[in-house]
Design a protein around this ligand. Structure first.
Ligand code: Z5A
Length: 223
C-alpha cells in the first residue's frame, strides 16, 4: 500500500440538513481514500476534540440546555477554534486528508438562516476565530426536509435513545426552521461555486458516493 501525502493536505467538509447522509458518505469516502493509500482523518462538529465533544453534549442533546442564538454560536466557535488548532491544521501539515462532518457553513445555516442571528455579526465572529481558514472542498447534501427528518428520526429510534441524552435538540425544531436551513445551504453553495458541490441526496448511497469520489479525485489531481 503506498503512503500518499498531499503537500498542505486537503480539507473537505460535508454539510446539509438532518438525515441527508453525511455520516454515511464520510465513512465511505474515508474508506475509499484510505484504500488508495491516502492518510485520512475523519472528524465532526460540534466535536472533534475532548473539549468539543463536551460542548456537543450541551449543544445537541435534548437535555443540554436552552441556548439563545448568540450563546449557541459562541459555543460552536469556541469548539471550532480548538478543533482547527489541535486536530485539523496538524493533520493537514502532515499531508493528510481531513474530512469533517459539518464546519462553518453549518453555523451560517443553523444560527444565521435558522435562528436568525445577524449574518454580518456571524461572519465577523467566524473571521475572528478562524482568520480566513476554510475547507478546500465542501459537499452540500441536499434533501427534502421531510425525507431527511424521517431518516434521522428512524436512526435515533434505532439507537433506542429517547431520553435527555438523545441528540435530537435540532431535529425537534419545526419544519419551517429546517426549510430555512436547507435554503441557507443552497445560498451558501451558490455564493461559493468553486468550493461547494451540491448533491441530490435523495438518490441511492452508491450513486452519491461515486459522484463524491470523482470530485475528490479530480480535486487531488488538480493540486
Ligand atoms: N450545528 C449547528 O447548529 N451549528 C453548527 O455550527 C454546527 C452544528 C457545526 C449536530 O449535527 C447538530 O449540530 C446539527 C446542526 C447543529 N443538527 N442536528 N441535529 P449532526 O451532523 O450530528 O446531526 P445530523 O445532521 O442530524 O446527523 P444525522 O441525522 O446523522 O444525519 P447525516 O449524518 O446527514 O445522515 P446519516 O447518519 O448518514 O444517515 C441518516 C440515516 O439515513 C441512516 O439511517 C442512514 O442509513 C440513512 N441514509 C443515509 N443515506 C441514505 C440514502 N442515500 N438513502 C437512504 N437512506 C440513507
Amino acid at each position: 500500500m503506498p503512503d500518499l501525502r498531499l503537500e498542505g493536505g486537503l480539507f473537505i467538509s460535508f454539510e446539509g440538513g438532518e438525515g441527508a447522509g453525511k455520516t454515511s458518505q464520510i465513512n465511505r469516502l474515508g474508506q475509499f481514500l484510505a484504500s488508495k493509500g491516502y492518510r485520512v482523518v475523519t472528524t465532526r462538529e460540534p466535536g472533534g476534540t475532548p473539549e468539543g465533544e463536551a460542548l456537543r453534549s450541551l449543544l445537541v442533546q435534548r437535555g443540554g440546555g436552552s441556548w439563545n442564538p448568540m450563546a449557541e454560536t459562541l459555543l460552536m466557535l469556541a469548539g471550532r477554534g480548538m478543533h482547527v488548532e489541535k486536530v485539523i491544521k496538524p493533520a493537514l501539515d502532515h499531508g493528510k486528508i481531513v474530512i469533517s462532518d459539518r464546519f462553518s457553513d453549518s453555523t451560517l445555516a443553523y444560527q444565521g438562516y435558522g435562528r436568525g442571528l445577524d449574518r454580518a455579526k456571524l461572519e465577523a465572529l467566524t473571521d475572528m476565530v478562524l482568520e480566513g481558514f476554510a475547507p478546500d472542498l465542501t459537499f452540500v447534501l441536499d434533501i427534502a426536509v421531510v425525507e431527511g427528518l424521517s431518516r434521522s428520526t428512524k436512526r435515533i429510534a434505532a439507537e433506542a435513545h429517547d431520553n435527555d441524552e438523545s441528540e435530537d435538540r435540532f431535529e425537534r425544531m419545526g419544519i419551517e426552521f429546517h426549510e430555512r436551513i436547507r435554503q441557507g445551504f443552497l445560498d451558501i453553495a451558490k455564493a461559493s461555486p468553486g468550493r461547494c458541490n451540491v448533491l441530490d441526496a435523495s438518490r441511492r448511497m452508491d450513486e452519491i458516493a461515486g459522484q463524491i469520489e470523482a470530485v475528490v479525485m479530480s480535486k487531488i489531481g488538480a493540486l
